[in-house]
Design a protein around this ligand. Structure first.
Ligand code: GLC
Length: 490
């Protein structure tokens, strides 16, 4: 099958969050299964160019209708770790993709509306007719709208769109210029609440809503989150739309790339290990302590790895840090935030705790250290307020690091409480808590730390249970292929 992903992120060249990893991991797995997969991205100035092989202009004169006129674009082709990618570069004074960062400009909605238009125009003009166009998040929500309302009649009648929502928090809500720019026009028609009209702001259109209404199938990244988005406030205003389109909406759990995240072959680890040979894990714990100058002591090591975003339950992350120390454990945090306020707060904490030999706070992005932390830690806390899927707990499981998670979204679908999950012991793989108050995270941490100190053999059994789960892309790829087959034109 010929599948084209249209996305604003791809790991490792354009990565802000988990979306980048998903587009890479899913494309790779689909290709392994014999499908023809291409990825269309903006040609940002801040792409990680060192990771693109053979980048070359392949299409010089793409003329994209925009507003009253048009924008001349060049399309580049390049390989990203084996993936076939097209990068669109517009030449206009707006410099849409030369902003030094992926997101965060006041005209983001217009930048990505333009990207939608340019990507589909590129497919049209280059004669590419994929069976499936797979779009992701609000940035590409207009693709199915444009396809159905305009390009359908121009020879693209057999293309079907699958739309995956990784995060309902950002929906691409903007005014009329998005319509006039892309050539959709007809504000009366599109501002209708059954089409793109935003439910909160009657003067705005909602690009994610467009993606939901116009796609052949809509997914989010775990079954539990699909339910939460539809029936709770986690849909951030789109619950009604999801219910109206409930027959074409579902959750597909993400996978992890086990080529990259695998303690048996991980190139960043000083010691390799597997479920039968756990000594390497403990050697990595010592290596981690040495690297971060933590004291060597008979104590469990608890970690947090991830973005420092409010979504992640920062008040609980902070509390878990101090509670770990209080309960005779060590703590390592690796993360960063685009929000200067949050960053300053964690710099303050780092400063305050600098002399404590049981804790280390590393602010920033450090891939190598992330691998060593997943391998060396005994437990990982993920106390998210909401979590569509979450990657950290899946990696932790693979590395024999016991996840302690809040029972939301993908966390609830992948981590099963050692003491309370309604299933045989060998399927239980971590600790789960429900509420967002301090006592909730404390009680789960107490149970984990208690087991580590008092029943070390049982703790080993628990982490071994987690290591043999298969959270690779194997199952998700099957699932997506079933969806593609379900919606493709006959
Ligand atoms: C977003 C979500 C995260 C998910 C990722 C990939 O970053 O917040 O939960 O794992 O997308 O789908």
């Amino acid at each position: 099958m010929y599948i084209v992903h249209i996305s604003s992120e791809l790991a490792p060249v354009a990565k802000v969050g988990g979306l980048a990893d998903v587009v890479f991991g899913l494309s790779r797995e689909l290709e392994i299964r014999g499908n023809d997969v291409e990825i269309i991205l903006p040609k940002y100035d801040c792409l990680w160019y060192g990771e693109i092989w053979g980048l070359d202009a392949t299409y010089h004169d793409l003329w994209v209708p925009w507003g009253g006129g048009g924008v001349h674009c060049t399309v580049y082709f390049g390989m990203v770790h084996g993936r076939r990618c097209y990068f669109i570069e517009p030449h206009s004074h707006e410099n849409y993709f030369n902003r030094g960062s992926f997101y965060g400009s006041p005209d983001d909605a217009l930048r990505f509306a333009f990207f939608c238009k340019a990507a589909i125009e590129f497919l049209l003009k280059s004669g590419k007719r994929p069976t499936i166009i797979h779009c992701h998040d609000w940035q590409t929500g207009l693709v199915p709208v444009l396809l159905w309302e305009i390009y359908h009649r121009m020879g693209m009648h057999d293309q079907r769109v699958v739309y995956t929502i990784h995060n309902f928090q950002h929906q691409g809500v903007h005014g009329e210029p998005v319509l006039s720019g892309t050539g959709l026009h007809r504000p009366d028609y599109y501002f209708d609440r059954d089409r793109l009209g935003d439910d909160h702001n009657p003067k705005a259109i909602n690009m994610m809503k467009g993606g939901i209404v116009y796609s052949s199938f809509v997914t989010t990244v775990s079954p539990k989150h699909a339910w939460e988005a539809r029936y709770t406030d986690q849909g951030k205003g789109l619950g009604h739309t999801l219910s109206v389109h409930g027959g074409k909406f579902g959750g597909v759990l993400n996978g992890v790339d086990y080529e990259v995240w695998n303690p048996e072959i991980d190139r960043f680890l000083p010691h390799h290990y597997d479920v039968w040979h756990l000594d390497g894990k403990y050697a990595n714990k010592e290596a981690l302590r040495e690297r971060l100058m933590l004291r060597k002591d008979y104590k469990p090591l608890i970690a947090y790895v991830g973005r420092l975003d409010h979504q992640k339950g920062l008040h609980l992350v902070r509390h878990a840090m101090f509670y770990a120390l209080h309960r005779g454990s060590q703590f390592v945090l690796l993360g960063s935030s685009p929000d200067p306020g949050v960053n300053n707060e964690f710099w303050g904490l780092k400063h305050h705790l600098n002399d404590n030999p049981d804790i280390h706070i590393e602010l920033g992005f450090n891939e190598q250290l992330a691998h060593l932390i997943y391998a060396g830690a005994d437990m990982l806390v993920v106390p998210s307020v909401f979590e569509p899927c979450g990657l950290a707990q899946l990696i932790a499981l693979r590395y024999g690091t016991v996840p302690i998670v809040r029972s939301v979204g993908g966390l609830a679908d992948t981590v099963f409480d050692r003491d309370y999950a309604p299933m045989p012991f060998e399927y239980r793989n971590g600790y789960v808590f429900d509420n967002t108050d301090f006592s909730a995270v404390e009680s789960a941490m107490d149970r984990a730390i208690g087991l580590w100190y008092e029943f070390p053999k049982e703790f080993r059994r628990l982490l071994s249970n987690g290591m043999v789960y298969d959270y690779s892309w194997n199952h998700p790829a099957h699932h997506y292929l079933a969806i593609y087959n379900h919606v493709k034109a006959w």
